[in-house]
Write a protein that binds this ligand. Sequence first.
Ligand code: SF4
Length: 787
Amino acid sequence: MNQTRDSIADVWGQRTPFYNEAWPIRVDQHLIAEPDHWVKSACVLCSNGCGLEIGVKDGHIVGVRGQAEDRVNHGRLGPKGLHSWVANNSKDRLRMPLIRKNGTLAEVTWDEAMDLIVSKSKKIIAEQTALGIGFYTSGQLFLEEYYTLGVIGKAGIGTPHMDGNTRLCTATAAAALKESFGTDGQPGSYTDLDIADTILHCGHNIASQQTVLWSRILDRLAGASPPKIIVIDPRKTFTAEKATVHLSPRVGTNIPVINGLLNLVIQSGNVDHHFINQHTVGYDELVKVVSKWTPEKVEQVSGVPAIKLKEAGRLLAETKNLVSTVLQGFYQSMQATAAAVQVNNLHLIRGMIGRDGCGIYQMNGQPTAQNTRECGADGDMPAFRNWSNKKHIEELAELWNVEVDKIPHWAPPTHAMQIWRYAEQGSIKMLWISGTNPAVSMPDLARIRKILDKEDLFVIVQDAFMTETGSHADVILPAAIWGEKTGCFTNVDRTVHISHKAVDPPGEARPDLDIFMDYARRMDFRDKDGAPLLKWNDAGGAFEAWKQCSKGRPCDYSGMSYEKLSRGSGIQWPCNEQFPDGARHLYTDGQFNTAAGFCETYGHDLDTGAAITEEQYKAHNPDGKAFIKPSDFMPPHELPDDEYPFMLTTGRVVYHFHTRTKTGRSKELNDAAPDAFVQISAFDADQLGIAEGDMIEVESRRGKVTEPARIGDIEPGLLFIPFHYGSWDDPGRSRAANELTITEWDPVSKQPHFKYSAVKIQKAGGSFLTKIGDVVKDVATAINLKL
Ligand code: SF4
């Protein structure tokens, strides 16, 4: 084996200190044999999108190496990037389509599988219109696949029921950007980290999730002028260990903390009144709402000591520039969009946006989540168009040459939680699941399994492996994955990479794009002149069509080509005549995408989710100014009580991605993190007589799991279970964290609340602690304070 470093033992690798210069190159590599050639690609194991090359020998992938000239990683790769390619070569790949016959999944030809899907589709459409069909896709397909699927759903079938598992991880990122700036699109650039004085991580354990990005920060910390780091996270994570100030709020109290910080910054007088007056609306209302969040009141509700909050507030008020990142600790918790928007507000009131050193990253969880949002496969309209703006829908109708009314736009595209509800109620009769595993990743899994098993629901699963979800399917379509197909994807700082096909897929597995195009052909989808609806036959054709769709919109790809993307580094959008090499920042002139005719949404009430109408919006047309939208605190809907006295939160570990479909098949990654666990404070473990490794039963109102105990680095009253682990490699034990989580979601982004569930625990075979402890009681009382 040839590897440049042991990324399992040393996740982030050797330091290359720097400040205010190009991040030094360090090429990481992992090979099991010497390649006969290299193929250009990027990593699809998180939203960082590190540039890499795939090593190929005798038609098989034998390893990867980081791409030195790529702007995202400068050659580095993390443990997931270096090891999870082995999943491609796994012996248990799906190779043939399967159809359930007499209760058993049996191998069939592609013709048989597709004919069944087409006949079911036509029957359902004939009997109950296109509304009987729903799609639940992924954050791991390629741009060309999402765009093709979006066109099929919107202009072929005409169903509004299309969303992705990105609803679970990145919906709040999109919602927060739209609410503040008018459209989706990350304003900053990773190069901001190279000079930032202060970095704020909100509910984001970046050290575990985007390990290479964290390496960039570690290198800044090791160099001249190291930045100050502020971390908001209830757990003492790897990220929190490096914090200048770690704020550890009670679960569900992000809003008091971020409002408290805004209040301190405003009180300091260090706000940019010129920027606020010229480029924003809503500042006075923000001042009114946050002014009551004194450090003492924040401490009372969130448990964050006033002294620590003041220190963080001082850093934010005095810094010359600022990078902020936000992720699931905000997105999957109470008041998700409201809390994420407050981070945008912090940048707006300090005028720290659209220039070097000032980036906001409303982070994405999954590698290609950005593309689902751009292409309209996730509950959005393509190229950040507004479903309720008639002109935007007319543009799409013209582009696709279909009647305007073919495109569903009488209501917002259906979000994932509602798609599952419709399937539960029986109005959706066919659910096509591609590249994701909801039987492990959705909340309240007992309910999800029940829906998947409904007699009147026809379930198609398109995946590379037999997953927990696949075992409930009526039809399984074997999919080619990264390395076996060509396509593009976009990371969190708008960098677009091309990933070329390196090897053939196993057996008869096909790229998702080919499967969708085959379906469109067999369904005979046509435009209004009788020509085939899809005007492309391959990934390159789909990319060209997408360029046309995106031209003139914020995510403008019209200046890109496969050839240009294949040359060196990935390229940031917008890339067009004005920015032929891409643009580092959005909003450099203080002009935001909020003009009524251009914006992606007219916005929402952050507390109720009530939509603002076109008329209301136009009456206050911000016309290029950003929105400063405040929000006040609302307690979580489920709190600990005598019966369920602990609060559970869920999340990820550094060595795994999503439901371990790929990372679980790497020996190195799996050996590093072989099993789920329940993290419990030393205080609670001591009270309950729990030792490290004891098997613990954790039960909520929805279900029960049994996990080994891991003690420490968490607040009393709080438990943590990683959500990656299902049953495919351990069918003997219930261990999926989502057996316990709650079916609830944010009113604006519709992202589920994975971060809080009331639970009870006991040592396996013992009896449950049902009397609420003093610490937990204090927490519940404090959170529920009438304010
Ligand atoms: S940081 Fe993300 S994109 Fe980069 S190598 Fe690791 S998993 Fe892959």
